[in-house]
Design a protein around this ligand. Structure first.
Ligand code: PEP
Length: 248
């Protein structure tokens, strides 16, 4: 297990919450106690970015859950990395499976968004992962490598990227990948980074797992050598999120 990669736990609130429930999340995060060796970032709806940033302790990062690929313009309904920064936030989640599969975002668009977010100075949680039928057809490697190949040309600074492997069949379903299934893909992704980017990036890049992570399964997943943390949806809204943050 590498000690050079700081354990990273992201929360993805998705389209949930209001100021009252965000106050509750902020309370349990403040109470913790949180392992200081874990980097924590919460992904909140865009209308609550400023509110969350102003009320959360500084050491907990705040991410937008999406952004567009240019700084400004006639793109009704979109937000830019510049706006996220103006709200005081330093992170954005891009390529989440719900963006890909509910809103039809392509590998190419996601890659352009990642490129622009990095160029604008944000840090990015870049999500990839295969669907159930792709896993059942033994296409997992092919799918995640294709997603990586699309991302790579626009990633100018890997030190500001956390890669989230999130098998679509495990997101919000209660079906978690086993620690061995997740470790297998994470090790292959690290090897891909070594062969296609550099051995330094392969060694330093955090590869986190997402898909029905819970207080019950996080400790076993966190023991795997290539699992550097989690992206957590449903469980990040509950006080148990603290247990996941402290999984290692
Ligand atoms: C997610 O939203 O990225 C996610 C992994 O959700 P859940 O933990 O609810 O499966």
């Amino acid at each position: 297990m590498s000690s050079s990669r700081k354990f990273f736990v992201g929360g993805n609130w998705k389209m949930n919450g209001n100021k009252a429930s965000i106050d509750g999340i902020i309370d349990f995060l403040k109470k913790g106690p949180l392992n200081p060796n874990t980097e924590v970032v919460v992904g909140c709806p865009q209308c609550y970015l400023s509110y969350t940033r102003e009320n959360l302790p500084e050491e907990i990062g705040v991410a937008a859950q999406n952004c567009y690929k240019v700084p400004k313009g006639a793109f009704t309904g979109e937000i830019s990395p510049a706006m996220i920064k103006d709200c005081g936030c330093k992170w954005v989640i891009l390529g989440h499976s719900e963006r890909r599969n509910v809103f039809g975002e392509s590998d190419e668009l996601i890659s352009e968004k990642v490129g622009h977010a990095l160029e604008a100075g944000l840090k990015v949680i870049a999500c990839i992962g295969e669907k159930l039928e792709e896993r059942e057809n033994n296409q997992t490697d092919e799918v995640v490598f294709a997603q990586m190949t699309a991302l790579q040309p626009n990633i100018t600074d890997w030190s500001r990227v956390v890669l989230a492997y999130e098998p679509v069949w495990a997101i919000g379903t209660g079906k978690t990948a086993t620690p061995e299934q997740a470790q297998d893909v994470h090790a292959k992704l690290r090897n891909w980074l070594s062969e296609n980017v550099s051995s330094e990036v392969a060694e330093s890049c955090r590869i986190i797992y997402g898909g029905s992570v819970s207080p019950a399964n996080c400790a076993e997943l966190a023991k795997m050598g290539d699992i550097d943390g989690f992206l957590v949806g449903g469980a990040s809204l509950k006080p148990d999120f603290v247990t996941i943050i402290n999984a290692r």
